[in-house]
Design a protein around this ligand. Structure first.
Ligand SMILES: Cc1ncc(C[n+]2csc(CCOP(=O)(O)OP(=O)(O)O)c2C)c(N)n1
Ligand SMILES: [Mg+2]
Length: 222
């Protein structure tokens, strides 16, 4: 979970639900002030949509017309809590109206090309300086929220149904059907991914423990 890749433009994930939203609009304000043509995409789960920061950041991004896409990943559960029990409307993207910004819905968030095409249109809109957008897509997670999640809030049948809509397998089929890759290419990609993970694990396990002093690095104290 706690990954970041600053060189690649990934500011990192956050253990505080909704914690990335304030950082996202800060990053978007930087782009606006510096007049770069960069935009920010802020990903968050359905569990974050009733946090105060959701409302505060969407409102501020709207009045300041910040170049940010708020991407609400609705897998229908915040840990074990069904989304329908905590919001009284069908979909969260409709809330965009209350901030005076566009709201977009991607019903099949497991259709990679549907997400890609929708984002192409939205990215263009945001990059042209029109301000923020709220997007919501529907998807699922097969495993528990964490290793301590026994998954008693949903049935095995429900999970199995969603596994049939797996976005990776469907995209693989799309690429094969359109003759963009061969089975061999796919095997090579899978092998390269597995090797990269193995190498990373080896690197992590063979790295020294961080020193106590490093806990005080990069801290701002006036
Ligand atoms: C501010 C805050 N409140 C509560 C928690 C405890 N918590 C961790 S994850 C989570 C729900 C997350 O829901 P969602 O983003 O939908 O994740 P999913 O269960 O789909 O993986 C909560 C309440 C937290 N980490 N931060
Ligand atoms: Mg969720």
């Amino acid at each position: 979970m706690h990954i970041a890749d600053l060189d690649g433009g990934n500011l990192g994930a956050n253990g505080i639900v909704g914690g990335g939203m304030g950082m996202a609009i800060g990053a978007a304000l930087t782009q606006k002030i510096k007049k770069t043509d960069k935009i920010v995409v802020c990903f968050f789960g359905d569990g974050a949509v009733n946090e105060g920061t959701f409302h505060e950041t969407l409102n501020m991004a709207s009045i300041w017309k910040l170049p940010v896409i708020f991407y609400s990943i609705n897998n229908m559960y915040g840990i074990s809590t069904p989304i329908s029990s905590v919001i009284n409307i069908d979909y969260n993207y409709r809330r965009a109206a209350s901030y005076g910004i566009p709201g977009h819905f991607i019903e099949d968030g497991n259709d990679l090309m549907a997400v890609y095409n929708k984002f192409e249109e939205i990215v263009k809109y945001v990059r042209e300086g029109n301000g923020p957008v709220l997007v919501e897509s529907i998807t699922y997670r097969y495993l528990g929220h964490s290793t301590s999640d026994p998954g008693k809030y949903r049935t095995k049948e429900e999970v199995d149904e969603w596994k049939k809509k797996d976005p990776i397998l469907r995209f693989e089929q799309y690429l094969l059907d359109n003759k963009l890759v061969t089975k061999k290419d796919i095997e090579a990609i899978e092998k390269a991914s597995e090797d990269a993970v193995e190498e990373s694990v080896k690197f992590a396990l063979s790295s020294p423990e961080p020193t106590l002093e490093s806990a005080f690095e990069d801290i701002f104290a006036p």
